[in-house]
Design a protein around this ligand. Structure first.
Ligand code: NAD
Length: 295
């Protein structure tokens, strides 16, 4: 079993770290929140008094932080972990951040002989708790194979997307497409409803036709079409509008870097920003349906 340092015990990181403890690893954790730390202590983790303590004899460091600036600060900031890590440690950052920040951190760590992969996740809080996350890894082949031994305790599907930063790019490509599908599905369903169609019947027709997609089939945004989805539960998340808006911002940032045309992604970002401005940031992202249905 490995010695693992874990930083960032929020909605995702908390249950992920707990799954590593459950798998029998020796896990030392750090978070700014004492409550989050105490929850992990109760589950069998060792608490670090300061962040650098997670590095001691660690085979792996896993970080699950809000954004690129937090990841950069932890690893490269004043007295950052780059000054405390051993060369045997593999750093796995599972936060969703911009690819450039992942590459910057990877490069700076490499200058000290420390290996790094980005490994953002898909699957949300439920997936983190159940240990069924999808990990999308960017890094060398050998580091991917090494990271897999730990990621397998927190997830079900583990993909190698390419070099450092590729995990982040693949993740935001997926979420950009997901947001576009969610908006388009909402738009089509409401058009039908406005013409008197039953949204369940219309969904069944489109599911057997060429408009079939994941949001229509498994995460239908129209209330009462499917049981046990956020739309049938007051749009309780699920995956929050705020997080989708963050990922769409990262997608636009990535598009600018390569001069890639992403007009649909830009439009989806605008729609999700509009929802944030309407105070719907903490609702599930399928609540975009209300932009069309609330007259
Ligand atoms: P969260 O805000 O619940 O947790 C972040 C944790 O990081 C908090 O506990 C916070 O105290 C801690 N933290 C912040 N700065 C720190 C520092 N300097 N040192 C130590 N701890 C620090 O966020 P989350 O929902 O767990 O998401 C984490 C990452 O996963 C984000 O990048 C997010 O985009 C991504 N993600 C989230 C979901 C989701 O459904 N929540 C799904 C996929 C990916």
């Amino acid at each position: 079993m490995a010695k693992i340092g874990f930083i960032g015990l929020g909605n995702m990181g908390g249950p992920m770290a707990a799954n590593l403890v459950k798998a029998g690893h020796d896990v030392t954790v750090f978070d700014l929140s004492e409550t989050a730390m105490e929850t992990l202590r109760a589950q069998g983790a060792t608490l670090a008094k300061q962040v650098s303590e997670v590095c001691v004899e660690a085979d792996f460091i896993v970080s699950m932080l809000p954004a690129g600036k937090h990841v950069k600060m932890i690893f490269l900031g004043e007295d950052g972990l780059v000054n405390h890590l051993d060369k045997k440690t593999l750093v796995i950052d599972s936060s969703t951040i911009d690819a450039q920040s992942a590459q910057d951190v990877g490069k700076a760590l490499a200058q000290h002989g420390i290996e790094f992969v980005d490994a953002p996740v898909s699957g949300g809080v439920a997936g983190a708790a159940a240990g069924t996350l999808t990990f999308i890894v960017g890094g060398s082949h050998s580091n991917f194979e090494r990271a897999k031994t730990v990621l397998a305790n927190m997830g079900k599907n583990i993909f190698h997307a390419g070099d450092i930063g590729a995990g982040q790019v693949a993740k935001i490509c997926n979420n950009m497409l997901l947001s576009i599908l969610m908006a388009g599905t909402s738009e089509a369903l409401q058009l039908g409803v406005d013409h008197g169609l039953d949204p369940k019947v219309l969904s069944d027709i489109m599911l057997a036709s060429s408009g079939r997609n994941w949001t229509l089939e498994l995460y239908n945004p129209c209330p009462e079409v499917l049981p046990n989805v956020p739309s049938s539960n007051g749009y309780k998340p699920g995956f929050m509008v705020d997080l989708m808006a963050k990922d769409l911002g990262l997608a636009q940032q990535a598009a600018q870097q390569t001069n890639s045309a992403t007009p649909m992604g830009a439009l989806a970002k605008n729609l999700y920003n509009l929802m944030q401005n309407q105070g719907k940031g903490s609702e599930d992202f399928s609540a975009i349906f209300k932009l069309y249905s609330e007259k």
